[in-house]
Design a protein around this ligand. Structure first.
Ligand code: ADP
Ligand code: MG
Ligand code: MG
Length: 251
């Protein structure tokens, strides 16, 4: 699904990512953890192609195709989804109408016909039932006055509707309450399949009580310094990050 090789990236001439290697197969959930400032959000942004970041070396290959020169829209159309992709408030445009437009734009870019109103309705019904999202929520103005939990609900709904191949969820917000965590976790678990893959970025182990990852990677100082199974997250919870920093310093 995704193969990242020797990825280097910088922001305003400051090196942030210093040689990332990562392979994600279909059906897998990978967690990326690490201390603040280690480059987790930068990695997410670089995979999605955000323009503030300059990729200086390496490869990002999605299903055999190098996507590293593509703009963010193109990558999205190829099936890359990054949470907070659409954080804008749009008064007067409902959650549903925004999604209808997004889906048809994606289909157009993929050379497909617009979805009929009937199919769209069916898709919305199916996904909203799956995620237990009520109708009232779907008719609200996009992001306007949304609580933390509602923002998460909207994000997961967008993810469900777009059916991405690779979803990257950057849970930067340490202020996420337990309800919001559950919304994210339930969504990810329900949308998990053999045809897609998920990268969950989190500073805290807590989220991984609900989303059980196949692999855990620790990013520190722009490099993946340790990888393991889900037990690595538990170890980090117990021991913190200092031992990781010490280990990294002796290499
Ligand atoms: P994490 O998500 O792991 O906390 P980030 O990817 O947000 O880490 O940040 C990695 C490093 O890049 C930090 O040192 C941060 O200060 C720096 N950085 C991130 N974004 C910017 C930016 N827009 N301009 C300058 N430096 C940045
Ligand atoms: Mg940070
Ligand atoms: Mg971050």
């Amino acid at each position: 699904m995704l193969r990242i090789k020797n990825l280097h990236a910088s922001i305003e001439d400051k090196d942030i990512l210093k040689g990332i290697n990562l392979e994600v197969n279909p059906g897998e959930v990978h967690a990326i953890m690490g201390p603040n400032g280690s480059g987790k959000s930068t990695l997410a942004s670089v995979i999605a192609g955000r323009e503030d970041y300059e990729m200086t070396q390496g490869e990002i290959v999605l299903e055999g195709e190098d996507i590293s020169e593509m703009d963010p829209d193109e990558r999205a159309h190829k099936g890359v989804f990054l949470s907070f992709q659409y954080p804008v408030e749009i008064p007067g445009v409902s959650v549903t109408n925004f999604m209808k437009t997004a889906i048809n734009e994606t289909r157009k870019a993929q050379g497909k016909e617009e979805m009929t109103a009937k199919d769209m309705l069916k898709l919305i019904r199916e996904k909203s039932e799956m995620l237990e999202i009520d109708r009232k929520f779907l008719s609200r103005s996009l992001n306007e006055g949304f609580s933390g939990g509602e923002k998460k609900r909207n994000e997961i709904f967008q993810m469900a509707m777009l059916e991405p191949k690779l979803s990257i969820l950057d849970e930067t917000d340490s202020g996420l309450d337990i309800d919001a965590l559950r919304i994210v976790a339930n969504g990810v678990n329900k949308l998990r399949s053999e045809d897609n893959a998920t990268i969950v970025i989190t500073h805290y182990q807590r989220l991984l009580d609900y989303i059980v990852p196949d692999y855990v990677h620790v990013l520190y100082n722009g490099k993946i310094v340790k990888s393991g199974g889900k037990e690595l997250a538990l170890e980090l919870e117990k021991r913190g990050y200092d031992w990781i920093k010490e280990e990294a310093a002796t290499v």
